[in-house]
Write a protein of this length. Structure first.
Length: 554
């Protein structure tokens, strides 16, 4: 039986395959051939799809390099937070270098920057331009992150906001430079970078072979539309700044706006917009910033002078632009106010800038400062930070049983004179304030008992006479003593109006210290302020606590 079976199969093998078997073999081979063709097409599509996905991931990394929220915190990180605005191109974002057509300039390195206060900033830009005061107690970290590399002929940064493909470590403007590729390995040519201004005029960026950089140095193979506007932070104190960036990849053909033709394959034309960064992604409108001034001072505190007492106060937001050669600080003011409830909160709104002045506040760290507004007083600019301090030790009462007692602190300033000024009739008329004459206040002028006694007598005589004039009375009596407290002159004043005067011991407005002439470059300031974080594209509610007292020393 076994032998028969073997003979059968051997005989069949000698006679060849049947027609059915041959047809089956042909069918299988056809399927394999079709599968091979299909697999080739699928492989090509998969490669293109992979490149598209990679380009889209790169675009996402580009957006995060510009700005991203810090997980679990009310803050942001990235180029915008550090520099105060959007980059104009990849040269700025990748290497921290600003293109000046014929040369390049590296941005300032990441460091602590002192805020600058200017009582009268430039009206067209709101940047500080004169009478600057450096707020040394509230530095913010600004500038380009990364390691500064110097080759002797060129300076740039490595290790920045983007993960670059490895390339030349000594030059950022060669074909072998480190790049942020678009996944197709495209090399950019003229027209890949367009600047579009506020009225829609499109200006392509062109470069000659003799220029120090190429368009590819500016775009790394991406197609970029950079929208500019006066209503954005710029590289200079005036002019248009970037407020929006559109980013796309040109695709497989490597041509800007290339057409889909025969045999070019999938994604030959430009890939649809992969990244769109608008102003709401990196900034917020000044009208969407709301300030709360919190009176958290104890009634027993020795800094009660912070409580507004009839003087007009405001809050200033100092915003840094670190893209300029020397960082510039924009000065945004709130509406003014005069009172804050004890242990309460005062809400204030920001003032909208004039037409043509930027309303955009970039996300990141900025500084809030309490200011005093005295537009009618010739001894101050329109806005200042409070100079000197006045503490109300005892409130005088209308029952004529308790004297009004105040304590003033006068900073000893070289080359400066001071005076005491008081609105004794509380009518807010600066022209008839009770004032003393200006007195020298350097340490050399007040370091002996006899000098301080003479100063007390001079202040007493002058203030008694001018209070009489302002109140229309005769016989005001003051007790004044001057003591030295470190680098400050402490002046204690007890007020008593003439007998029979209504409110003889009445609670008087606090006296103020004024310097002549004010010198904002050298004068010492006491101010209340703090660092705040602004988030993009949303209302921001920022708080300023009156307990945040700092003394500026030039």
């Amino acid at each position: 039986m076994i032998r028969k079976t073997n003979s059968y199969y051997s005989a069949r093998h000698r006679n060849g395959f049947t027609l059915l078997e041959l047809l089956l073999v042909v069918f299988i081979l056809s399927l394999l051939a079709l599968s091979a063709i299909s697999l080739t097409d699928s492989l090509d599509s998969s490669q293109d799809q992979f490149r598209y996905e990679q380009a889209r991931n790169q675009a996402g990394k580009f957006e995060k390099g510009l700005i991203q929220r810090v997980v679990g915190q009310q803050s942001v990180s990235g180029f915008v937070s550090d520099m105060g605005g959007l980059p104009n191109n990849f040269l700025e974002l990748a290497f921290g270098v600003k293109d000046n057509i014929s040369a390049v300039t590296p941005f300032i390195q990441h460091q602590l920057i002192m805020p600058v206060f200017d009582g009268t900033p430039d009206a067209l830009t709101l940047y500080h331009d004169s009478e600057d005061v450096f707020i040394t107690g509230l530095p913010v970290t600004k500038g380009f992150r990364g390691s500064l590399i110097s080759t002797g002929s060129v300076d740039f940064y490595a290790g920045s906001y983007l993960n670059l493909v490895s390339g030349s470590a000594i030059n950022y403007r060669t074909a072998s430079k480190s790049t942020f590729g678009d996944a197709w390995g495209t090399t950019a040519t003229n027209g890949f970078l367009n600047t579009i201004n506020a009225i829609g005029t499109i200006t392509p960026t062109n470069r000659l072979s003799s220029d120090h950089i190429s368009v590819d140095d500016l775009t790394h193979g991406w197609a970029m539309d950079v929208f500019t506007s006066p209503d954005a932070f710029s590289n200079t104190a005036s002019g248009e700044g970037t407020h929006q960036i559109h980013l796309k990849a040109v695709g497989k053909d490597g041509l800007l706006n290339g057409a889909l033709g025969a045999g070019t394959g999938t994604y030959a034309i430009d890939v649809p917009m992969l990244s769109t960064t608008t102003r709401n992604d990196w900034a917020t409108d000044i009208a969407d910033i709301h300030i709360e001034v919190v009176n958290d001072l104890s009634t027993s505190s020795n800094i009660l002078d912070a409580v507004p007492d009839g003087t007009s106060y405001a809050v200033r937001l100092l915003v840094c632009n670190a893209k300029t050669t020397t960082p510039l600080w924009r000065q945004y003011d709130s509406l003014s106010f005069s009172t804050i409830p004890a242990n309460g909160i005062r809400s204030v709104s920001m003032v909208n800038p004039a037409a043509g002045v930027t309303r955009l506040v970039p996300a990141g760290e900025h500084v809030l400062v309490l200011t005093r507004n005295t537009p009618l007083n010739p001894n101050f600019v329109d806005v200042d930070t409070p100079l000197g301090r006045t503490i109300e030790l005892v409130n005088g009462n209308s029952a004529n049983t308790t004297y009004e007692q105040q304590r003033l602190y006068v900073l000893a300033l070289t080359g400066r004179n001071f005076r005491i000024t008081l609105d004794s009739d509380d009518d807010q008329d600066l022209l008839d304030y009770a004032n003393t004459s200006y007195q020298p206040c350097t340490l050399a002028d007040i370091d002996t008992i006899s000098e301080r006694s003479a100063l007390s007598a001079a202040l007493k005589t002058a203030l008694e006479a001018t209070i009489d004039t302002e109140r229309g009375v005769s016989g005001t009596t003051l007790n004044i003593s001057c003591e030295l407290a470190g680098n400050q002159l402490r002046i204690d004043i007890t007020y008593q109006l003439p007998a029979g005067t209504p409110g003889q011991y009445a609670n008087l407005p606090r006296a103020r210290v004024e310097y002549s002439p004010p010198n904002y470059a050298t004068d010492q300031f006491q101010y209340r302020g703090q660092i705040v974080n602004v988030l993009p594209g949303q209302p921001n509610h920022l708080r300023l606590y009156l307990s945040s007292l700092f003394t500026f020393t030039p």
